[in-house]
Design a binder for this molecule. Sequence first.
Ligand SMILES: Cc1cc2nc3c(=O)[nH]c(=O)nc-3n(C[C@H](O)[C@H](O)[C@H](O)COP(=O)(O)OP(=O)(O)OC[C@H]3O[C@@H](n4cnc5c(N)ncnc54)[C@H](O)[C@@H]3O)c2cc1C
Length: 268
Amino acid sequence: MPATSLAEAQVIAPTSREEAVGAFGDGSGVTVLGGGTILMPEMNYGRLRPERVLLLQNAGLSGIARNGGSLTIGAMTTVAELEQAPEPLGTAARNVADHEIRAQATLGGNLCAPSGGATPRGDLQAALIALGAQVKTAGKGGERTEPIEDFVAAPDGRLLLEVEFEEPQRSGYAAAHRPHAHAYTILAVCAAETTAGLRVGLSGAGRNGLRARSVEDALAVGASAEEASQKVLDDAQMQDDALASAWYRQRLLPILVQRALDDLGGGK
Ligand SMILES: Cc1cc2nc3c(=O)[nH]c(=O)nc-3n(C[C@H](O)[C@H](O)[C@H](O)COP(=O)(O)OP(=O)(O)OC[C@H]3O[C@@H](n4cnc5c(N)ncnc54)[C@H](O)[C@@H]3O)c2cc1C
């Protein structure tokens, strides 16, 4: 008989951002619940038995705000709400799972999801890395803002509050999927050009989203999209998992990088 450990936990349901930050504190012993698409099955099957659960549904952390040319997106904004976000984020969101999951899943859960082992998670990470997003979090030492690629490399048990990025001038996207509505993306490559330059983000090429700096550097010194795309293997940390082997990903990734760069229009 599976245990429903949410019923056994102390549940905290803040009604404002300040309350949420206060209740989270330094994060010790607190399990944050976003949309629950990853956490609830873990709890329902008794694999996770949290002592204190922080429910963020009413904490005022959802929504998309535009301020001039930049966007701020709250951690509790659903993946469905991101489907019309600036590219390549919109396309990345539309490619997550199916309607039911996207309506429940949140941005925060996507960026903070622990590596699943069996499949890559966090398809929104590549898009936000390409967009040069800054992540605002709370936890030990107070609030801080950092580049998203640093945050997803070491989420460090922090409470994600929001992300902010500049709307890009150009964007590109290429991905490999399995033909099943519930399947995760095998590999996704996002490219975006803002006033800060052209950036490339990868999902599925490591335990978390990665920035393809070698590709960006090659493009900056005049390499063609084809030449630059070969550099991506310097940035990737391929693994075998239930979706694909590292061997397969190594062969596919440079092709997807070139497609994403070509999708930008011009590729340089
Ligand atoms: C059938 C199925 C298909 C899926 N397909 C995809 C896919 O194609 N692509 C993809 O990327 N994902 C996929 N997922 C995984 C998942 O649905 C998404 O990653 C989703 O965005 C997770 O968000 P959530 O709000 O449901 O996370 P939750 O389950 O609520 O939380 C996930 C993790 O993030 C932490 N967390 C949540 N919010 C915060 C916050 N604000 N601050 C700090 N920590 C936080 C939680 O503590 C937990 O560790 C799939 C899941 C299922 C069940």
